[in-house]
Ligand binder design. Structure first.
Ligand SMILES: [Zn+2]
Length: 257
C-alpha cells in the first residue's frame, strides 16, 4: 500500500493544519512508509493543505563545501531537498543554515539571512513564528530536529552561543569566499522539550502514513522554553559523554552564574 497526495493531505488536516497556516517542517521521508511519487508528493500535499499559507523547511548544508544556493544539496532529508527543488521555492543565502520557503511572501521571509544570525532572533525561522504565528510540524522526527529551539537559546541570551565557524560561499563569478558564521549549538538534548510540550498541550500528535507526527504551536513553545531556560539554562544540553559543545556550554554557564 502506498500513500497518496490525498491521504497525506488528510493526515496533515487531521493534525490541525489548515488553509492560510504558516508552518516549518522537519521531516523523515522513510518514516511515512512508501509514498506515491516520493518526497515531492509530500511537499505538494503540504502546499495543498496550507493553500495560501507558507511552507518553510531547513535546507542546511555542509560547512566544508562552498555554498551555492542553486546547487548545494540539503543535508537534512529528502523532503527538504524536494522542497528546495520545487519550482515555487525560494532559498536563503546563508552558507550553512539556509532555508527554503514556498508561498506568498516567501521572498521576504528568506531575505537578509545574516551570516552570524543563522537561527536567532530575526532569522527566517524566527520571523515565520513571530510574525506569521508559525507552527512547527515534526513529521516522523522528534524535537532534536526542532530548529526553533535554537531561536529560544538565543532569545534566552545564554552564554554559550558565542562560537563562530568558518565556511565558504560561491560568488557570482564562481570564486569561493571564506566567511564566518555563528556555530549552531548541539541539539541532541532537545528531546526533553517533547514531554513539556505534550504536558502543557502545546502540540497535537497524530499519524501521517506510518509516521508519528506532531504539530506544535510555535509562538507558545518559544515563549515557554525561553521562560524555562531563564531558570534552568542547561535544559537543552545533551548527556552524550564526549559532546564537546555541551561540555563547553556547561563551563560557560558555570562561569556565568
Ligand atoms: Zn551535546
Amino acid at each position: 500500500m502506498s500513500l497518496t497526495r490525498e491521504e497525506l493531505r488528510g493526515g496533515f488536516r487531521g493534525l490541525g493544519l489548515e488553509a492560510g497556516d504558516s508552518v516549518i517542517v522537519h521531516s523523515s521521508l522513510s518514516s511515512l512508509g512508501w509514498v506515491d511519487g516520493g518526497a515531492r508528493t509530500v511537499v505538494d500535499a503540504l502546499c495543498d493543505t496550507v493553500g495560501d499559507g507558507t511552507v518553510l523547511m531547513p535546507t542546511f548544508t555542509r560547512y566544508d563545501r562552498a555554498y551555492d544556493p542553486e546547487m548545494s544539496p540539503s543535508t537534512v532529508g529528502a523532503i527538504t531537498e524536494a522542497c528546495r527543488n520545487h519550482p515555487e521555492a525560494v532559498r536563503s543565502a546563508h552558507p550553512t543554515k539556509s532555508v527554503a520557503a514556498i508561498g506568498p511572501g516567501a521572498e521576504s521571509l528568506v531575505a537578509d539571512h545574516e551570516l552570524r544570525n543563522s537561527i536567532g532572533p530575526g532569522s527566517p525561522i524566527h520571523r515565520l513564528i513571530d510574525e506569521r504565528d508559525g507552527q512547527i510540524l515534526l513529521l516522523g522526527v522528534d524535537h532534536t530536529t526542532n530548529s526553533a529551539l535554537h531561536v529560544a537559546e538565543r532569545l534566552a541570551n545564554l552564554p554559550y552561543r558565542d562560537q563562530l565557524a568558518e565556511t565558504t560561499m560561491r560568488g557570482a563569478d564562481g570564486s569561493a569566499e571564506t566567511v564566518e558564521v555563528n556555530q549552531v549549538h548541539c541539539s541532541r538534548g532537545f528531546g526533553v522539550v517533547g514531554s513539556i510540550a505534550t504536558r502543557l498541550g502545546l502540540e497535537r500528535e497524530g499519524r501521517v502514513g506510518d509516521a508519528t507526527a506532531r504539530l506544535v504551536d510555535g509562538p507558545r513553545l518559544l515563549s515557554l522554553v525561553v521562560e524555562v531556560l531563564d531558570k534552568q539554562p542547561g535544559l537543552l544540553l545533551c548527556d552524550v559523554p564526549d559532546c564537546e559543545r555541551c561540555a563547553y556550554a556547561r563551563r560557560r554557564i558555570a562561569d556565568w552564574q
